[in-house]
Design a protein around this ligand. Structure first.
Ligand SMILES: NC(=O)c1ccc[n+]([C@@H]2O[C@H](COP(=O)([O-])OP(=O)(O)OC[C@H]3O[C@@H](n4cnc5c(N)ncnc54)[C@H](OP(=O)(O)O)[C@@H]3O)[C@@H](O)[C@H]2O)c1
Length: 257
């Protein structure tokens, strides 16, 4: 039996979850978003009803998924008056208990991936981490996640905070390092294309090896001459120089001579 779902927040994650759930046999019957046009645009695509008011939440929904910005989860939840309906937010860095006053059954449905409205993902490959206020709530969230993903994990709020921290390093920071690389290439009129195979290979390497086992570069080799030359190139970029020095030191410490 498919779950009847109301999805609140027609943003980047909302679009991806709504499409994935509809595609995999769940029944997203309602989309609610602050901006009525946004709710309508998504609802029309998946044949759901829509509203811009959480007070119009469909009481027949089994599951209410909050796909809104972290800052408004708590306030929005406090406006919901639920009974046995299962309420979940999708945030990596928000505790489960912010939902405790809004329903008897609540939890977290956290997909570990970066999403955008423009590019819908194959949800089967997206790890989803669930946590429930009780066994029954968690089992239901697991079943829902399992219907759209091959990679479902049960993790608690403390583990999720650490997972989100790890994801910031793995995704947000490494992406920002790519942006720095692009800037350096641009300044020397080099096409960023030259670096793309290297970036792909770096991500590929950790699919089947330990990250530290595939670490390369001057710091890994303790090649002080090269490090010095590169630091000179960063002479007029004190922040980048400090960043380079810090990361190089950390790598050297991982691989004592
Ligand atoms: N995007 C990701 O990569 C990703 C990955 C994992 C988890 N998450 C989690 O998913 C949640 C949503 O993130 P997102 O990236 O999808 O955010 P987003 O693109 O900014 O979308 C948030 C949506 O929430 C709606 N909204 C904001 N305030 C609202 C309110 N008071 N009432 C009803 N709707 C409201 C907005 O509606 P309008 O557009 O109608 O104004 C917006 O469409 C967050 O908890 C985030 O941590 C996101």
């Amino acid at each position: 039996m498919p779950y009847k779902i109301s999805l609140i927040g027609a943003g980047n994650l909302g679009w991806n979850l709504a499409h994935a759930m509809s595609r995999h046999g769940q029944h997203v019957q309602q989309v609610i978003s602050r901006n009525r046009a946004h709710a309508q645009e998504l609802a029309l695509q998946i044949n759901a009803s829509f509203s811009d008011r959480v007070e119009e939440l469909d009481p027949s929904s089994d599951v209410i998924l909050l796909c809104v910005k972290d800052e408004v989860i708590s306030e929005l939840a406090s406006r919901l008056n639920l009974n046995r309906q299962l309420l979940a937010h999708c945030s990596g860095s928000t505790g489960m208990d912010v939902l405790s006053k809004s329903s008897y059954r609540y939890g977290v449905f956290y997909p570990v991936q970066t999403f955008s409205k423009q590019k819908l993902r194959d949800s089967m490959e997206v790890p989803i981490c669930v946590e429930g206020s009780g066994k029954e709530a968690e089992d239901e969230l697991f079943t829902l996640a399992d219907s759209i993903s091959n990679k479902v994990y049960r993790i608690n709020s403390s583990q999720r905070l650490h997972l989100h921290l790890a994801a910031v390093f793995a995704n947000n920071f490494s992406n920002y390092l790519y942006a720095i690389a692009r800037k350096i290439a641009d300044e020397s009129h080099l096409p960023f294309e030259i670096l793309k195979p290297l970036i792909m290979q770096t991500a590929q390497n950790v699919q089947d090896s330990e990250p530290l086992h595939v670490q390369t570069g001057p710091a890994r080799r303790h090649d002080q001459k090269t490090i010095q030359k590169q630091l000179e190139l960063l002479q007029d970029k004190p922040e980048l120089k400090a960043l380079y020095e810090l990361i190089s030191e950390m790598i050297k410490n991982e691989f004592p001579r």
